[in-house]
Design a protein around this ligand. Structure first.
Ligand code: ATP
Length: 279
């Protein structure tokens, strides 16, 4: 294996100091809309950590709080702290956060439609301090996503799955230590979800890149993650290893069951169960 993109590969050890930690984070949009209400979570170095929850729980907001992209939406971290490698990053400009090694793969891919896949990938390397090894990294990324090599036209014409692969490939070109992934399964067929998630797992294992994975598709996320958090209404309501989460009756019923009923919330489900016990 070339050394070009081989990052240090720490074991995913939940007991060690986490690479990323959120402590009682509160986020407010437009000075008044409170969305994160004291959210705390740890992302161990080398892990894939899943952040699950229904629509509007605040998952994307959590990622944007970490990457600093909140500001472009008039959002602000008003309480708590965000630590990357032990240092505060809340309040840091987004471009500096990228330079520290955090790269967000946005929901809906956000590739540059007019540019070719290759140009999009090269753009990913733009934030790197170390510009050497870009060609080698490109080869490595293309080894994960060989079909991107065959697509020489504008990236806007790529299929949904290919665009998702391109977005992940572009993130890798920045040589990040932490990738924030926002719903990579969105809009993909079940077969493609499987393929994309297998590559995500492979990348994590090969390169040691830590991944915070936001998903509504709990089954797919828990299939690749080491641990997970379930959030509702801006707070974590449950966390554990994937084995613990998969074995949890409420998680099975609400998140891993058939067609999840969006009107029920995990909190309601628990209080419903409590009521049943009391009666
Ligand atoms: P989804 O899975 O639907 O993307 P999510 O869990 O990622 O949901 P967020 O997108 O973080 O949730 O949204 C959480 C809440 O914050 C929602 O009520 C949403 O309306 C609100 N919100 C998100 N972005 C903004 C914004 N720019 N301005 C005001 N409110 C916002």
């Amino acid at each position: 294996m070339s050394q070009i993109m081989t990052l240090e590969r720490p074991a995913a050890d939940a007991a060690a100091a986490p690479l990323l930690a959120l402590r009682n984070v509160e986020v407010v949009y437009d000075d008044v809309i409170l969305v994160l209400r004291g959210l705390s979570l740890d992302v161990p170095a080398g892990s894939i950590t899943a952040l699950l929850g229904a629509n509007g729980a605040g998952k994307s907001t959590t990622l944007k709080a970490v990457s600093g992209l909140l500001r472009s939406e008039n959002g602000e971290v008003t309480r708590g702290e965000i630590l990357f490698d032990g240092q505060r990053i809340d309040g840091t400009e987004p471009d500096l956060i990228v330079r520290r090694g955090i790269f967000q793969v946005m929901e809906g891919r956000r590739i540059i439609a007019d540019m070719t896949p290759m140009e999009n990938l090269r753009l990913g390397a733009f934030s790197r301090r170390d510009r050497s090894g870009v060609a080698e990294d490109l080869e490595r990324v293309l080894a994960y996503f060989p079909r991107l090599k065959e697509r020489t036209g504008a990236a806007g014409y790529l299929s949904g799955g290919e665009q998702q692969m391109l977005a992940i490939g572009r993130a890798l070109m920045a040589r990040p230590r932490l990738i924030l992934m926002d719903e990579p399964s969105m809009g993909l067929s079940p077969l493609l979800v499987k393929e994309v998630f297998a590559i995500i797992r492979q990348i994590n294992r090969d390169l040691g890149v830590t991944i915070l994975l936001v998903e509504q598709n709990a089954r797919a996320a828990l299939g690749v993650a080491d641990r997970g958090y379930i959030m509702e209404q801006g707070k974590v309501v449950l966390d554990g290893t994937v084995e613990e989460l998969r074995a949890n009756e409420d998680v099975k019923e609400f998140y891993l069951g058939g067609a999840g009923d969006q009107r029920r919330t995990f909190k309601n489900l628990k209080s419903f169960k409590r009521r049943k016990r009391w009666i």
